[in-house]
Design a protein around this ligand. Structure first.
Ligand code: 4AD
Length: 458
C-alpha cells in the first residue's frame, strides 16, 4: 500500500524533526503516523492496555496497544523476542509516565507473520537465559544473551571504540596495514603458540603483528593495525582470551619518552571521541557511573619502584615471599597495586630477563629495558610496549639467549641490516580496554563470542 508511511528506525529516524508528536495538553494536535519494525524486548499488560518495549538495535520504543487490538489473539499470546511490524501515531508520554525519549507509539495496526513469533513456555527466552544461571550456561546461550541490554551495550561501545581508534590514528597520520594471521615466527614466547599444519610445514596463529608492523616503517611511516592475536593461554583468568583483538602501532625515529607520550595521547583521544557520541556515552555511564576521562599525565613508575612499593605494602609474590628485583609481578599483585593507586600507571623499565627478546636495553642501566605496561584500575595491564633493539649483533645474541632459530626471522633481522632506526611500539588489548571502560568483570563479556581454554562455541 503506497499510502503507508515509510518504515522508521527507532532512535535514528524516529527522532527526526519530521516526526511530530501529539501533545498531551493539546489533544487536537496530530502526531505523525509511522511504521516500525522490531522485536519485543519487554511486554506488560494493564487491564485493556498493553505496553510493549520494542527494540531494533538502534534504540527502544514504547508501544501502546489498546482497544480491540489488545484483544486479538496475537496480542494476548505475545511473547518476548517476537518480531513485529507496527503502525501508529507518535504521541507525547502523559505526565508521570516514563518512556524512552519521552514518546510512545499508539498502535492502530500490527502484523506478526507466523514465523516471526518467539516461543513461550519452557522454551521462552527468559528460561533460556536466566540471569542467575552459571557462566558456562550463559556462554552456551551467548547468541541469545547478546540480545540483552548490557551485553549488546558493551558491543555497541566496542564498535564506537574501534572507530575512534581509526579516527585518532588518522588524525595523527598513522597508516593502517593488515599483517597476516598465519605465521612461522613467535613474538611473545613459545608457551602460548597455537601450532598447526600448514601444507606439511609447521605454522602458528599470530601472537602479535608487531614484527610485521616494524617492516612497514621504512616506507610507510608510523603504522597501526587492528587485528586478531591468538594465545594458547592455559589458565582461566578473567583477563585472558585465546583470541583477542589487538590494537598495535609502531613508530619510527622516536625516543622512549615520545612513545609514552603517544600512548597517553591516543588513549585519551579515543576516550574523548567515544564520549562525544551521546548514545555511546549514555551506555558507558549506565555501566560505569563513576567513569571520568583520565587525568594527564599518567603516573610513571619504574619497575624497581613498583617492587619497593609492593614490599612496603606487604603484597607478596606468587611464592608468598616479599617481591625482589627480577620477579615477574603476577596478575593479583599488579591488580592490587593498581586498585590502591586507582589511576592509570605507566610501569616502565622491566628487567630484560622477564621481557621479550626484541626489547631495547636502557643505555643507563643495562639490566632493564625501555619497556612499558599501562595498568588500569580494575583490570591491570591493558597495554604492553617497548623500544625495539635496533642493532644487528645484539638481536642475534637475543635470539641465541631465547633459543630462537634466527633462520625463520631473516625478514625481521633484515630491518637491522638495511637502514636501522630507533623505533618502538605497543599493543593494546581491545577487550581489556573495554572491560575497564565499561566496568566489566571479565574480558569474556567484551567480545562477541569469547574463545578461551575449552571454549570454542557458539
Ligand atoms: O604485552 P603483550 O604480550 O605485548 C605484545 O604482544 C607486543 N608484541 C605488542 C606490541 O608491542 N606490538 O600484549 C599486549 C596487550 C596486553 O597488554 C593485553 O592488553 C593484550 O595485549 N593481551 C591479551 N588480551 C586478552 N587475552 C590475552 N591472552 C592477551 N594477551 C595479551
Amino acid at each position: 500500500d503506497p499510502s503507508l508511511p515509510a518504515a522508521v528506525r527507532i532512535g535514528l529516524d524516529e527522532v527526526g524533526d519530521h516526526i511530530k508528536l501529539r501533545k498531551v495538553d493539546d489533544p487536537e494536535s496530530k502526531g505523525t503516523r509511522v511504521r516500525v519494525f522490531g522485536r519485543v524486548h519487554r511486554e506488560r499488560k494493564q487491564k485493556d492496555v498493553m505496553f510493549v518495549t520494542l527494540r531494533d538495535g538502534y534504540g527502544f520504543m514504547q508501544v501502546v496497544i489498546s482497544g480491540q487490538l489488545a484483544k486479538t489473539y496475537d496480542a494476548v499470546t505475545l511473547t518476548r523476542e517476537t518480531s513485529m511490524e507496527i503502525l501508529g501515531e507518535m504521541r507525547e508520554v502523559p505526565a508521570g509516565a516514563r518512556a524512552p525519549l519521552n514518546r510512545e507509539l499508539h498502535a492502530d495496526f500490527f502484523k506478526i507473520p507466523k514465523h516471526w513469533k518467539a516461543p513461550g513456555g519452557d522454551d521462552a527466552i527468559t528460561n533460556r537465559v536466566q540471569a542467575d544461571a552459571e557462566q558456562a550456561m550463559l556462554l552456551d546461550q551467548r547468541h541469545l544473551t547478546l540480545r540483552g541490554e548490557v551485553a549488546s551495550g558493551v558491543m555497541i561501545v566496542r564498535d564506537a571504540v574501534e572507530w575512534a581508534f581509526n579516527q585518532a590514528y588518522k588524525e595523527l597520520r598513522f597508516r593502517k596495514v593488515s599483517p597476516p594471521a598465519l605465521v612461522q615466527t613467535q613474538v611473545e614466547g613459545g608457551a602460548t603458540l597455537f601450532k598447526f599444519d600448514y601444507y606439511g610445514e609447521d605454522a602458528y596463529l599470530t601472537q602479535s603483528s608487531q614484527l610485521y608492523l616494524e617492516t612497514c616503517l621504512p616506507s610507510m611511516g608510523h603504522v597501526y593495525c587492528i587485528e586478531k592475536s591468538f594465545r594458547a593461554e592455559k589458565s582461566l583468568t578473567r583477563r585472558h582470551l585465546s583470541e583477542f583483538t589487538h590494537v598495535e602501532a609502531e613508530l619510527d625515529f622516536i625516543t622512549f619518552d615520545d612513545l609514552l607520550a603517544h600512548i597517553e595521547q591516543i588513549m585519551c583521544r579515543v576516550l574523548e571521541l567515544v564520549m562525544e557520541d551521546p548514545v555511546v556515552a549514555e551506555k558507558i555511564k549506565a555501566m560505569n557511573p563513576e567513569f571520568k576521562l583520565p587525568e594527564r599525565p599518567f603516573m610513571r613508575m619504574k619497575y624497581s619502584e613498583a617492587i619497593d612499593w609492593l614490599v612496603e605494602h606487604d603484597i607478596p609474590n606468587e611464592e608468598g615471599k616479599p617481591h625482589a628485583f627480577g620477579d615477574d609481578i603476577a596478575e593479583a599483585a599488579e591488580r592490587r597495586m593498581t586498585d590502591i593507586i586507582n589511576r592509570p600507571i605507566f610501569l616502565t623499565h622491566f628487567p630484560a630477563e622477564i621481557k621479550s627478546f626484541y626489547m631495547y636495553k636502557d643505555p643507563n642501566d643495562l639490566r632493564v629495558t625501555e619497556s612499558v605496561d599501562c595498568l588500569m584500575p580494575g583490570v591491570g595491564e591493558i597495554v604492553g610496549g617497548s623500544m625495539r633493539m635496533d642493532d644487528y649483533e645484539e638481536l642475534m645474541a637475543a635470539y641465541k639467549r631465547e633459543g630462537i632459530d634466527p633462520e625463520a626471522y631473516y625478514w625481521y633481522t633484515d630491518q637491522r641490516k638495511y637502514g636501522s632506526s630507533p623505533h618502538g611500539g605497543y599493543g593494546l588489548g581491545l577487550e581489556r580496554f573495554l572491560a575497564w571502560l565499561c566496568k566489566q568483570h571479565t574480558v569474556r563479556d567484551c567480545c562477541l563470542y569469547p574463545r578461551y581454554m575449552h571454549r570454542c562455541k557458539p
